[in-house]
Write a protein that binds this ligand. Structure first.
Ligand code: COA
Length: 535
């Protein structure tokens, strides 16, 4: 493979200015992340510690193998919603390595409203189970939760992908042969009691963990029986009397050790084998991405410059380099793992879509994971292109991406607008992971286009009634639409609602994708079967 020849002048004013602006964005993001990772209020944290409990991220640190990273998913879930009372939506999820085995960890943060569930906590929990199923991973639940956050019950309880889905998934995961271990480190009430009860093995911590279908107040109200939480469903009860739990732990550290011991007894399943090379750092420094990543989305960026700072040795075997240049396709390695890359380099035309579909076929026939690098304003519009059948050709690309059965990974490094988002493996297309850079933007179209479309519609309506918009009204409408799109299009808005798996530092992209591919190897890649491509 040849090394990409960068054309970026890292000494230019443009590069320096972009880097300065980017670092400002990045530091803002890191500051928010640091705050969020503290968890609940200082008072709640103090109360938690006084009870002899470890904080949620301390628990995870102890659970995973020493000196291995924890790939946390969606840490900014629910950010800027609910008056910011739910840092990380009160639940920490991600992939950690336990006894050498990639494992999904789902851990309640009891310092955040007693670890109760709002809409975003539910989405995180279900998304983590989905990751376990897609990649065939074992799952550890660190349970410390008051169940549903009752004021939000309508957004949390009844629907298909609400609280009940946890248990449906647990049953399905169990049938798939995915080991599930629960450590009950705090409250585990009502429906929540099924998390440990449906696990393969359950550990409960003395004087801390409780499991019951109805807590003491409910029991009193329903039957008049007066009972303490410990008598009703504490560690002693469940390990000696009810058998709901299998292992008695004296504290958090002991419980985590028991869980690690259980992992020593698990059987490893068959894995996918890829030809993995010795990892190599990119020839071009990944930190140069700060000087290149598009902050102003109107400025075109050659996506080869992004790829050069992401892949091993900056080496890239480009496919159809001279054809349909607004989509860059080719093969490379990331930390030794082979990957096919599809990166936007402008608007999608008919021939671009065909090139994309062809390249997806190459990747699936070679069993190679695909990395989509999104910076896309959408498909080309206009009479000439509609007459040329852009919708027909775009559909082929969308078909190919949807049915490609190799693991797909998506990183939005710029804009993600319109149907381009779909063709480039947006969230609806089940990429194994989807990450945003802090500068990334996502919406059905750009704010200016949306404002112009809506104003045209409005003016047409008024014209039919013989009215017009005044210049001032037009201006006001325009500005309000732009502002709305700016707010709703930001990476923070997206990540708060789990439209992605998290915002990441561009420099870490390599690491995240490599971890994603390593994780995907736990499940055999299945063959791809395409449907009907309209010709
Ligand atoms: N819904 C809404 N809010 C809840 C809640 C619930 N189910 N459970 C706890 N909270 C809130 C509390 O109001 C409190 O809010 P605040 O910080 O604004 O004051 C916060 O969470 C912490 O609760 P607190 O009781 O002070 O903490 P704790 O650590 O002593 O106890 C629980 C935590 C979860 C054990 C306890 O609050 C409890 O038993 N909750 C009810 C659980 C239940 O019956 N759930 C059934 C729903 S399916």
């Amino acid at each position: 493979m040849y090394r990409i020849e960068s054309k970026i002048d890292t000494l230019s004013e443009e590069f320096k200015k972009n880097k300065e602006d980017y670092l400002h964005l990045l530091n803002q993001y890191k500051k928010i992340l640091r705050e969020i990772k503290k968890g609940g209020s200082p008072h709640a944290i103090e109360k938690h510690k006084e009870r002899g409990k470890l904080l949620v991220r301390e628990r995870i640190d102890l659970l995973i193998d020493a000196n291995t990273p924890f790939m946390e998913l969606s840490p900014l879930a629910s950010y800027n919603q609910y008056d910011n009372q739910f840092p990380s939506a009160g639940i920490v999820t991600g992939i950690g390595v336990i006894h050498g085995r990639e494992t999904i960890i789902i851990a309640n943060d009891a310092t955040v409203k007693g670890g109760t569930y709002i809409k975003e906590s539910i989405k995180k929990h279900i998304r983590a189970q989905e990751v376990a199923m897609e990649n065939h991973l074992p799952c550890v639940y660190l349970v410390d939760s008051g169940g549903v956050f009752l004021p939000e019950q309508a957004n949390v309880f009844p629907d298909k992908y609400h609280f009940g889905r946890f248990f449906f998934n647990q049953a399905q995961m169990s049938a798939m042969g995915l080991p599930q271990i629960s450590i009950v480190m705090g409250s585990c009430t009502a429906g929540g009691a099924y998390v440990p009860a449906m696990s393969d093995e359950t550990i409960i911590v003395k004087n801390q963990g409780t499991i019951f279908i109805g807590g003491p107040p409910l029991v009193k109200a329903a039957t008049g029986e007066v009972v303490t939480a410990e008598e009703l469903g504490g560690a002693d009860v469940h390990t000696a009397i009810s058998g709901v739990s299998d292992h008695f732990a004296v504290n958090d550290v002991h419980a985590i050790q028991i869980c690690r011991n259980i992992f020593e007894t698990l059987k490893f399943k068959e894995k996918t084998n890829l030809e993995i090379l010795e990892p190599e750092e990119p020839f071009y420094d990944p930190e140069e991405l700060y000087g290149i990543a598009p902050i102003d989305l109107k400025k075109p960026v050659d996506s080869r410059e992004i790829i050069a700072r992401m892949v091993d040795g900056s080496k890239f075997h480009e496919f159809k380099a001279r054809y349909a240049p607004t989509l860059v396709t080719g093969f490379a390695h990331i930390m030794g793992f082979p990957v096919g890359i599809i990166a936007n380099n402008g608007v999608l035309f008919s021939e671009t879509a065909l090139k994309g579909a062809h390249f997806v076929e190459l990747c699936t026939s070679r069993n190679t994971p695909i990395l989509f690098l999104q910076n896309i304003t959408g498909f080309i519009v206009g009479k000439q292109y509609e007459h040329g059948g852009i919708a027909r050709d775009g559909a082929k690309f969308v078909h190919a991406v949807a049915n490609a059965n190799v693991p797909k990974f998506t990183v939005v490094f710029g804009g993600s607008f319109g149907a381009g988002n779909y063709a480039m493996a947006g969230r609806a297309f089940d990429p194994r992971f989807l990450f945003m850079w802090p500068n990334a933007k996502i919406s059905v179209m750009g704010g200016e286009q949306a404002a112009n479309v809506l104003i045209t519609v409005k003016e047409d309506q008024l014209k039919a009634k013989g009215q017009t918009l005044s210049g001032e009204e037009r201006d006001k409408l325009y500005q309000s639409i732009i502002k709305n799109y700016d707010d709703e299009g930001s990476a923070y808005f997206s990540t708060s609602r789990l439209w992605d798996d998290g915002i990441i530092d561009p420099v870490n992209t390599r690491k995240m994708i490599a971890m994603g591919i390593a994780t995907s190897l736990n499940k055999k890649y299945t063959d791809t079967k395409y449907g009907v491509f309209r010709m």
